[in-house]
Design a protein around this ligand. Structure first.
Ligand code: C2E
Ligand code: SIN
Ligand code: SIN
Ligand code: FE
Ligand code: FE
Length: 386
């Protein structure tokens, strides 16, 4: 779910090249440059990256690591750190553990001779820690979120100063509130994603015995969105929402949905109702993910030429999310076996999209399908039906 980031070392640490102590002006400029971004980041990983870079510059440290506490497994892990990828240590270990468990700052000139220092981390990273400053990141109601740690002061004197501590305390206090909010937002987003995915599977289980249809449509939609150049966040939103496209099938009787052969016109009318039903189920929520899902459920059977359902919308009057999901959904329907049809050969599938580009399907989305075909086929192979 959450990945850790190793921030590249830009300039190697040198025992002989010293930095000057940052002036007060330097410090305020550094805070000013970073704080806005820290306050507006939605992703906790990006936020901690800015925080680590700011802290390092602010106190002329060689490196900074931001540790998050996982109280369920009693571990501390580096979510953003200079020069190292993820490290996990027990919550009770080392200076960071001490700071987190006691909610206290730790300030040391000679880590190697402090009994609380966990030499194991240096051994694993090949780093040599001398001076060190650790500040706990405190959330609301006393909960400790983790700790910020700066290593090896790069001035000639080589020790962190009272000024360093004061400035770091200042930024850590306000960054902690941002971190807490961001973690909470990510949890809400993750929960929504899970619920939506599960609901999508419910719709699918009704119509098919096996399969990864929901998963594939999500991933295809994501590839199409990215290939079309949509921003990462929007592509992610489409990936999350697209599995919901057939949720309205929950209302379709089994006798129709699972009919082995061709539907008669009456039966097809009933099936077509799933677009409107899905929309009615989802449209009540004002959450962005569910709003996107409502659009997808409503418009994934509209056609570019206006001959689709339920509303016969034409061209760009069909929401982009609907046009993207339509291509992802049909690609998967054709390339897979259904209770009412065999899987098509790939050549025949590509022919269908060439033929129907600009008729059934939005031209730009169809072009993205062709351009992204390599990745599309990789997804198809990864999530095969059993
Ligand atoms: P689905 O199986 O998820 O299919 C989604 C869409 O893929 C279909 O929307 C259609 O646009 C396309 N598609 C699927 N199979 C074929 C095919 O053999 N040829 C072509 N040209 N396109 C195909 P559509 O038609 O609106 O159908 C919506 C849903 O209605 C389908 O979802 C499926 O659950 C059901 N359905 C459609 N046709 C039949 C059928 O003949 N028998 C049964 N039992 N169900 C059907
Ligand atoms: C720097 O101080 O800008 C890079 C040095 C490092 O992270 O090792
Ligand atoms: C749709 O609008 O996707 C259904 C019409 C068709 O099967 O081409
Ligand atoms: Fe559908
Ligand atoms: Fe579908």
């Amino acid at each position: 779910m959450m990945n850790s980031t190793a921030i590249p070392d830009e300039a190697p640490f040198s025992e002989t090249v010293f930095l000057n102590e940052p002036s007060t002006e330097d410090r305020y400029r550094i805070i000013y440059e970073h704080m806005g971004r820290i306050g507006s980041e939605r992703r906790v990983g990006n936020l901690l990256l800015h925080l680590a870079n700011m802290a390092r510059a602010l106190v002329a440290a060689d490196r900074c690591s931001v540790w998050l506490a996982d109280w369920e497994t009693d571990t501390l892990w580096t979510m953003a750190a200079h020069g190292v990828s993820e490290i996990r240590i027990p919550l009770s270990s080392g200076l960071v553990g001490y700071a987190v468990q006691n909610g206290l700052d730790v300030y040391i000139d000679d880590a190697q001779n402090d009994p609380r220092f966990n030499k194991e981390v240096d051994r694993r990273t090949g780093y040599h820690t001398r001076s060190i400053l650790v500040l706990p990141l405190c959330g609301s109601n006393g909960k400790v979120l983790g700790a910020l740690q700066v290593l090896n002061k790069r001035t000639r004197a080589g020790s962190f100063t009272q000024d360093d501590i004061r400035h770091l305390q200042m930024v850590v206090a306000s960054a902690s509130a941002s971190i807490e909010n961001t973690l909470l937002n990510e949890e809400i987003d993750d929960t929504q994603r899970e619920i939506i995915f599960t609901m999508g599977e419910v719709g699918e289980v009704r119509s098919r015995e096996t399969g990864n249809h929901v998963k594939r449509v999500a991933e295809y939609s994501h590839v199409l969105a990215r290939t079309m150049g949509l921003p990462q966040e929007e592509a992610d939103l489409i990936r999350t929402a697209s599995p919901m496209h057939d949720i309205g099938k929950v209302e379709i009787p089994d006798a129709i949905l699972k009919k082995p052969g061709k539907l008669d016109p009456e039966e097809f009318k009933v099936i077509q109702g799933h677009a409107e039903t899905g929309y009615q189920i989802l449209k009540k929520s004002s959450r962005p993910i569910l709003q996107a899902a409502a659009i997808v459920a409503h418009e994934h059977h509209e056609r570019w030429d206006g001959r689709g359902y339920p509303n016969g919308l034409v061209g760009e009057a069909i929401h982009l999310y609907g046009r993207i999901t339509a291509v992802a959904d049909v690609f998967d329907a054709l390339a897979s076996k259904r209770c009412y049809k065999e899987a098509w050969d790939l050549d025949r599938v590509w022919d269908e999209f060439h033929k129907e580009r600009g008729a059934h399907y939005c031209p730009a989305v169809t072009d993205a399908l062709f351009a992204g075909s390599e990745e599309i086929l990789r997804i198809r192979d990864t999530y095969q039906d059993n």
